[in-house]
Ligand binder design. Structure first.
Ligand SMILES: NC(=O)c1ccc[n+]([C@@H]2O[C@H](COP(=O)([O-])OP(=O)(O)OC[C@H]3O[C@@H](n4cnc5c(N)ncnc54)[C@H](O)[C@@H]3O)[C@@H](O)[C@H]2O)c1
Length: 380
């Protein structure tokens, strides 16, 4: 029996507000963006930077803090999915714990790709029960996806992002000049997530990719159409994330391509990047959607042609219908009892399916393997 005299109710609302800012020339001394979200005078900063980024920009980064007389501890981190581990999380925490910073006005700075910002975000959310952090994405994946939302995570017990949190950053600072040194395969990896948004919700973005995607990839997105595509992809992503930051609604368009890809990515960690796994999922889903009359033959052809035109190489031999079916079951747990699989309903529109059958996945995989040589989607 509940005693009505002795019960308490706690309600508290915490507004979430952060900005995603274009801050070109981030390490130029006159640019205060990196320091503006915290104390500058006698300030200190704990900085975690991707080792490849440090190789290219480390000197400029150190000179920047020296110029502003900020005491720093710069920790380099070797990214890649294989480093998104509990061990990596703990080893950075030990470094952090040995460098004194104020709890509120000396934000941790995370400079790197999605792996680094996910790990450091989780550190920020768990150290002293949350300290502020700033994200500076340096990969395309980070720029248009991993850094713009509030999810953090590390892999655990064979599962991707099994440990993590929702932790808003103080701000996200964008400088697309970082993409200049990003290897082409990682540029394409980010393009896969742009394709996702284009197919599921943004027909104009799809058109932009068709018209200027290839040139922008070649220019590492330093050209004007590339800038337009990046801005559009971020806006499109935020339209979905902002009203559902904590994922109360489990029907999420941005989960397109993130149903069957999970197990593929974990099994083939050494060979398959996140975006590549997502694109394999997208192509299989495209064929499932066609089978259900949700996409016309012409729309399916447009999607495959785009992937071909952009020069993305995928290894369809990695597809495994049994694993993908298993994954769907796992996603049902994750999505609280229903499949809730986003599917394109025409390019730029979306519906959610809850009744995908194993045979549909098997047929889609078979079909994909058959047609992949025609679209040059063959082993890289
Ligand atoms: N939190 C989210 O909402 C969210 C969303 C999408 C993806 N993710 C996560 O993002 C991760 C993938 O991120 P990623 O693709 O950025 O991988 P990553 O962080 O491993 O970076 C990829 C590679 O690029 C190198 N690199 C980074 N910046 C560079 C630069 N400017 N120049 C040269 N090399 C550079 C890194 O050292 C690494 O080798 C996955 O773990 C995925 O789960 C998270």
């Amino acid at each position: 029996m509940i005693d009505p005299q002795h019960r308490w109710r706690v309600t508290y609302q915490r507004p979430i507000e952060y900005e995603i800012l274009n801050a070109p020339g981030l390490f130029q001394p006159e640019n205060l963006a990196l320091l503006s979200a915290g104390r500058i005078e006698n300030g200190r900063r704990f900085v975690v930077v991707d080792s490849n980024v440090f190789r290219h920009f480390g000197e400029a980064l150190q000179a920047y803090f020296d110029y502003h007389r900020i005491r720093t501890k710069i920790v380099t981190f070797p990214s890649g999915e294989e480093n998104k581990t509990v061990d990596a999380y703990l080893s950075i925490l030990y470094e952090l714990d040995s460098f004194p910073i104020h709890r509120r006005d000396e934000p941790i700075i995370a400079i790197g790709g999605g792996v680094l910002t996910d790990v450091v975000g989780f550190i920020a959310s768990s150290y002293r029960r949350s300290v502020p952090h700033i994200k500076v994405p340096t990969t395309l994946m980070g720029y248009i996806d991993a850094s713009v939302g509030i999810k953090t995570g590390i892999n655990f017990n064979g599962h991707k992002n099994r440990l993590g949190s929702f932790e808003p950053p103080r701000c996200v600072l964008l400088d697309r000049a970082f993409l200049r040194t990003l290897p082409r395969r990682h540029i394409l990896n980010g393009v896969c997530e742009i394709i996702k948004l284009a197919v599921i919700k943004d027909p104009h973005l799809f058109h932009l990719l068709e018209v200027s995607g290839l040139a922008s990839i070649r220019a590492h997105f330093q050209d004007d159409p590339g800038g337009e595509m990046l801005d559009r992809a971020i806006s499109s992503m935020l339209e979905e994330l902002e009203p559902n930051l904590f994922e109360e609604n489990l029907e999420r368009k941005v989960d397109f391509g993130h149903t069957f890809s999970y197990g593929l990515e974990t099994r083939h960690e050494a060979h398959l990047l996140h975006g590549e796994a997502v694109l394999l999922d997208i192509l299989a889903s495209t064929l499932i959607a066609q089978g259900r009359g949700l996409l016309s033959e012409c729309e399916v052809e447009r999607i495959f042609r785009l992937v071909h035109r952009l020069g993305i190489q995928l290894n369809t031999n990695l597809l495994d219908a049994a694993l993908m079916w298993e994954n769907l079951q796992e996603r049902v747990e994750h999505r609280n009892g229903y499949q809730r699989v986003p599917m394109p309903n025409g390019i730029g529109n979306c519906i959610f399916l809850n009744d995908i059958r194993r045979e549909e996945i098997e047929q889609a995989v078979q079909h994909l393997v058959q047609i992949s040589p025609y679209f040059s989607i063959v082993p890289a």
